[in-house]
Ligand binder design. Structure first.
Ligand code: V47
Length: 387
């Protein structure tokens, strides 16, 4: 049943004018987002975001059967991206770089499983050439022609362009030719120059990240977008970030989903500096970021909750706070587990279906392009739901 909204019943009076705008389908401005972030009426905020989501997606909640692959953790930004626990120097303990055969061997787990997407990200390796990745994509496509490939963040694309002394556009074209379906949303962090100088010096600037995604959209490659929150950024930094994402979406329409990413402080320099080791973001903060994202990004169809970061329990609650998309089966998650995430590595397909259903929502398995793959999970065919 479509949700209703009565602005007068919101406890925080500051939310009422924003609710009037949402009802009238008017775009929220920076000052509205400031009111949302400043409000302590979390349930009111959630109600607003759930209303906006319901209008876009009804009671459908999307998920994918996906497998994450991380070919290398060697990264030239190891010393300057101080929030990251995944990266290693080439000779540092724990550094690894897979051969293509090793990547294919790990991908074999997708055989005889419902997997419909490979999610491939890694570090900025100083020596791996573009041909390593194009060959990887071709090899995966040859072995698993039906599986979509969502691979390489804008930061990796720009790095490959630098190594090959070419443009991000040429790199994207080569990857597209090799079988790339879409780009993941990583590497965005927070676009603010001051925040980047503190947490990710020497990384692609916000404008450069946007430019790579614009290029991808122009080539017909859809992409995701993210924001890493819960470190040194202010509400205004977040709003600036969301405004830049929304502007590009106005221009190209190429973003598929927005994923707020909760900062994990373990095993990285930033966590130590902030004295935050062992204490990640709070559920309150996580739900607020989901809700504000849903309300502000009125032109991006989906908002995804990343259960490896915020726990499956909170992801389920997020479905009542404006979220319509849940990270998939994953299989093996490295980036957040290195940073102290305590969640499981893998979510069984049937558990994902149940997580969504138990929140009163309708699960829809999707592929990378958000085309429905499966919508019927009737108890009568329960045995057909893969584990
Ligand atoms: O850009 C790194 C984040 C991102 C930490 O597109 C950290 O479907 C928290 O973007 N604490 C990469 N976060 C992962 C990513 C992603 C994840 C899931 C789905 C999709 C998608 C994209 O991980 C990085 C950075 O923002 N990250 N270190 C950390 N300590």
């Amino acid at each position: 049943m479509p949700q209703s909204l009565d602005p007068g019943r919101l406890t925080d009076p500051a939310l009422r004018p924003v609710a009037e705008k949402v009802l009238a389908r008017r775009r929220l401005e920076a000052e509205d987002a400031r009111a949302l972030y400043a409000s302590n009426d979390l349930l009111g905020l959630g109600r607003l975001a759930a209303f906006a989501n319901d209008r876009l997606n009804g009671d459908r909640v999307f998920f994918s059967a996906n497998q994450h692959l991380n070919p290398t953790n060697v990264c030239v930004l190891r010393k300057t991206c101080v929030f990251c626990s995944f990266a290693r120097m080439p000779k540092e303990e724990g550094a690894y770089t897979r051969t293509l055969e090793e990547v294919y061997a790990e991908a074999e787990q997708a055989r005889n499983s419902p997997t419909s997407e490979f999610h491939i990200v890694g570090g900025l390796h100083p020596k791996l050439r573009l041909s390593y990745y194009t060959e990887m994509l071709r090899g995966l496509k040859q072995r698993f022609p039906h599986i979509h490939i969502k691979a390489l963040t804008a930061v990796e694309i720009a790095h490959l362009a630098r190594i090959e002394k070419t443009s991000p556009r040429e790199v994207l074209l080569a990857l597209q030719e090799a079988g790339l379906t879409s780009l993941p949303g990583g590497g965005a962090e927070v676009f603010s120059t001051a925040v980047r100088a503190t947490i990710a010096e020497r990384k692609l600037t916000g404008e450069e990240w946007i430019a790579v995604h614009r290029e991808a959209h122009q080539l017909g490659i859809p992409t995701n977008c993210t924001m890493l929150y819960g470190h040194v950024e202010t509400a205004d930094d977040r709003i600036e970030h969301l405004t830049m994402l929304r502007s590009l979406q106005d221009e190209t329409g190429g973003f598929l989903t927005y994923i707020p990413l909760a900062y994990h402080p373990d095993h990285n320099e930033l966590g130590e500096e902030l004295g935050r080791v062992g204490s990640a973001t709070t559920a309150y903060e996580d739900l607020k970021n989901i809700a504000v994202g849903r309300l502000f990004l009125d032109n991006i169809a989906h908002v995804k909750t990343h259960w490896p970061m915020v726990t499956p329990f909170l992801s389920q609650v997020a479905l009542s706070f404006g979220c319509d998309d849940v990270e998939g089966t994953v299989v093996y998650e490295r980036v957040y587990h290195e940073a102290g995430a305590q969640t499981q590595m893998h979510m069984h397909y049937a558990d994902l279906v149940e997580l969504i259903r138990a929140a009163g929502k309708r699960p829809v398995e999707r592929n990378s392009l958000y085309q429905p793959v499966r919508e019927s999970f009737d108890p009568a065919e329960a045995e057909l739901v893969p584990a």
